[in-house]
Design a protein around this ligand. Structure first.
Ligand SMILES: Nc1ncnc2c1ncn2[C@@H]1O[C@H](COP(=O)(O)OP(=O)(O)OP(=O)(O)O)[C@@H](O)[C@H]1O
Length: 263
């Protein structure tokens, strides 16, 4: 059996002493795509932030363990986790523009991000960025690299986010609602580009989304969160066609009704 890439065991996460994620367990194999769905406030982002060591000052993993490639992330030193972020675990945010510095070009920020992990020249970084943009069928990579984030559209900033994550070739990519700030046609394009990256580089993806349609298209497995608990978790086909929990049935039923134009 393949060893899990990520093994989350009975995790509880609390903010300022208040538990918001309760007893969550799941595993991800190398190359697997996991869709994490559930209503607002159910703990989806908290879960992936916990795995990346990004909970902030008032957030703590109060119970359980998270293993990445067999190493317990919870016991790891801050510096070791920081080194893992990027080349091991990458992240794409909901709104890349908001996490970039507004007064520095994409290229400057890319250079800083890559050189935290590798000694590499600006020319080499530009070449690697161009290669990734080419795979996304973007022909004006030089203009994008020379731009400030505010000079790019929302969709273009998300592609920059994908490129900045992929340039370090992570084995696991976390994506926290990477398309929800975009209009529908651009959303579909970003999803296609993420899937293309997955086909080319083979990384595992854990993607938080409100959109079950996106999950149905992308995921191998689905995790359904409800009020801080993982209420359903399994293969995509099983969760979509044979949901066990009332909450999942409601969630999927709503999407099917919308697709049939009943709402
Ligand atoms: N930094 C924080 N400090 C205190 N409470 C927080 C913090 N971040 C999240 N919470 C709380 O933890 C719970 C889970 O929030 P979380 O953002 O993980 O949910 P979510 O499912 O990702 O929601 P959304 O889909 O709206 O992003 C919520 O009750 C939220 O208010």
């Amino acid at each position: 059996m393949t060893k899990p890439l990520l093994d989350v065991q009975h995790v509880e996460v609390s903010y300022s002493g208040r538990p918001v994620v309760h007893d969550v367990s799941f595993q991800m194999k190398p190359g697997e795509v996991l869709g994490i769905v559930g209503e607002s406030g159910s703990g989806k982002s908290t879960l992936i932030k916990a795995a990346m060591g990004l909970l902030g000052n008032n957030g703590v993993i109060t119970k359980g363990d998270i293993y990445y490639k067999g190493h317990n992330v919870i016991d790891a030193k801050y510096d070791d986790i920081r080194k893992m972020r990027g080349p091991e675990m990458g992240m794409i945010f909901q709104n890349t523009e908001a996490v970039l510095c507004p007064i520095r070009t994409i290229e400057e920020q890319l250079y800083e991000s890559v050189t935290q992990h590798e000694r590499v020249s600006r020319a080499e970084i530009r070449t690697r960025a161009r290669e990734i943009f080419d795979k996304m069928n973007l022909t004006d990579s030089d203009r994008i690299l020379k731009s400030y984030p505010f000079e790019l559209s929302g969709g273009m900033n998300q592609r920059v986010g994908i490129m900045m994550a992929m340039i370090l070739k992570p084995d696991l990519l976390f994506a926290d609602e990477p398309t929800s700030a975009l209009d529908v046609t651009v959303q579909a394009q970003i999803v296609r580009e993420m899937m293309k990256m997955h086909e080319l580089y083979g990384m595992a993806i854990a993607m938080v989304t409100h959109n079950i349609g996106v999950v149905a298209h992308m995921a191998d497995k689905i995790a359904v969160m409800y009020q801080g608990r993982l209420v359903e978790y399994g293969k995509k086909e099983d969760v979509i066609y044979h949901p066990q929990e009332p909450y999942t049935k409601k969630l999927i039923g709503a999407v099917l009704r919308i697709n049939r134009g009943e709402d």
